[in-house]
Design a protein around this ligand. Structure first.
Ligand code: SF4
Length: 340
C-alpha cells in the first residue's frame, strides 16, 4: 500500500478504499525519539519561530520520512495548513487539500467526501465497505474509553494513546485491533484505580508533553478520565453512514458542537476539574474564553510549545490545581456530613 500522510483526522475510509495507507503525521512526530530535530528542519527551511510546533513538525516529518503524498486539511482544523501545503508542493510533494464543511451538515460532508473519493479514484460505496471493516477496531477503542471512566481500569495515558492513534490506527487497523484486544484482556486481572480519586477532563488538541503529563497527574492522586479530542478521533457517534459519522465528529466544526459533547461527558464521568491545553501560537487558544464561560468547574489552562517534557512551572501549576480541587472536595464532604 502506498503511504498517504494526513495532517489531522480525515475520512480514512476513503483513503483505504483507494488503496492508501493513512499515516497521521502528528503521531509520527510525537513518537519520534527526537521530535525537536524535525521541527528544526522546518525552521531551517524558513518557518517562523512563532509558528505552531505541530505544523513545523509535520513539515519536518514529510521531508525526513520521504512521504510523497499528503492530504492537508485546509478547513476544519488549521488555517496554517494552507501554507504548509504550499511549502510541501514547493518541495515536489503531492499535497492535496481536504476541506470539512463550515457546519455539521450531512449533505455538505457527503459532497466533500465524494470529491475526495473522485480525486483518489475510488467511490463512497467502497469507502462504506471499509467503514464496516474498521468497526471492530473503533468498538474496542470505545470499550477502552468506557473501562477508563466507568470501571477505572485504564490509565489516562493509555486512554490518550489508544484514542489518539485511532486517527490512522497506527497505519494498520488489524494490528491495532489485535493489540488493543490483548490489552483489554489483561485489564480483567487489574485492580481498579480508587473511585474517590480526583477525576479530570482533558480538552483541546493533544499535548506535546503527553509522555509525562498523564503520569504526573496520576502521581498526585488524580486521573484523566476524559480525553475530549482524542475520543472524537475514535468516532464515538458513528451514525448510519460515513456522512453521518463525519457530521457527528465534533472537532472540525464550531466550538459549540464540542461544548455539547464536553458538557455531556463531564456530567456522565463525574468530572471534578478540567485541563484545557492550548498550543502556543494556535488560534484555538482563544476558545479558552468560551470554555471558561461555559464550563462550571475549576479549569486550568496549560500551554505547550516545543517542550516535549513538563517543566517545573507547568508541574507547579498542576500541583496547585489538584490541591485546590482536593481541598474543595474534602470541604464539601465535611459540609454534607454536618448537614446530615
Ligand atoms: S495546534 Fe493549532 S495551530 Fe497547531 S496545527 Fe493544530 S490547529 Fe493548527
Amino acid at each position: 500500500m502506498k503511504r498517504m500522510g494526513i495532517t489531522t483526522t480525515v475520512p480514512i475510509e476513503v483513503l483505504l478504499a483507494a488503496g492508501y495507507q493513512p499515516i497521521d503525521l502528528n503521531n509520527v512526530l510525537i513518537s519520534d525519539p527526537d521530535p525537536g530535530r524535525l521541527i528544526t528542519i522546518a525552521e531551517r527551511a524558513g518557518f517562523p519561530l512563532n509558528c505552531c510546533s505541530w505544523i513545523k513538525g509535520i513539515y519536518g516529518v514529510c521531508l525526513d520520512k520521504g512521504i510523497e503524498d499528503v492530504l492537508c486539511v485546509t478547513s476544519g482544523d488549521c488555517s496554517n495548513t494552507i501554507m504548509l501545503m504550499e511549502t510541501l508542493k514547493l518541495k515536489g510533494l503531492n499535497a492535496m487539500p481536504f476541506a470539512y464543511p463550515d457546519r455539521p451538515d450531512v449533505h455538505l460532508i457527503l459532497q466533500a467526501m465524494e470529491k475526495l473519493a473522485a480525486a483518489l479514484g475510488t467511490t463512497l460505496k467502497a469507502a462504506e465497505n471499509v467503514r464496516k471493516k474498521l468497526q471492530p477496531a473503533r468498538d474496542l477503542a470505545l470499550k477502552l474509553d468506557e473501562l477508563t471512566w466507568k470501571n477505572n481500569r485504564i490509565s489516562g495515558k493509555e486512554n490518550h494513546l489508544w484514542l489518539v492513534s485511532a486517527s490512522d490506527f497506527n497505519g494498520d487497523y488489524r494490528k491495532y485491533q489485535q493489540e488493543l484486544q490483548e490489552l483489554l484482556d489483561t485489564t480483567i486481572g487489574r485492580s481498579p484505580y480508587p473511585d474517590n480519586q480526583t477525576r479530570l477532563a482533558y480538552i483541546g488538541v493533544p499535548p506535546v508533553y503527553a509522555g509525562e503529563l498523564y503520569s504526573y497527574i496520576e502521581k498526585h492522586g488524580a486521573r484523566v478520565v476524559f480525553n475530549e479530542v482524542q475520543r472524537q478521533f475514535a468516532m464515538p457517534e458513528r451514525g448510519e453512514s460515513l456522512a453521518e459519522q463525519y457530521t457527528n465528529y465534533t472537532y472540525p466544526y464550531s466550538i459549540h458542537e464540542r461544548l455539547n459533547d464536553i458538557k455531556t461527558e463531564i456530567q456522565k464521568r463525574r468530572i471534578d476539574g478540567v485541563i484545557h491545553y492550548v498550543q502556543a501560537f494556535c488560534h484555538r487558544g482563544i476558545g479558552d474564553i468560551v470554555f471558561r464561560s461555559a464550563i462550571d468547574l475549576p479549569l486550568l489552562t496549560l500551554e505547550g510549545n516545543a517542550d516535549f517534557f513538563l517543566n517545573n512551572h507547568v508541574k507547579t501549576r498542576i500541583e496547585a490545581f489538584l490541591d485546590m480541587i482536593q481541598r474543595k472536595n474534602v470541604h464539601k464532604k465535611v459540609l454534607s456530613k454536618n448537614i446530615k
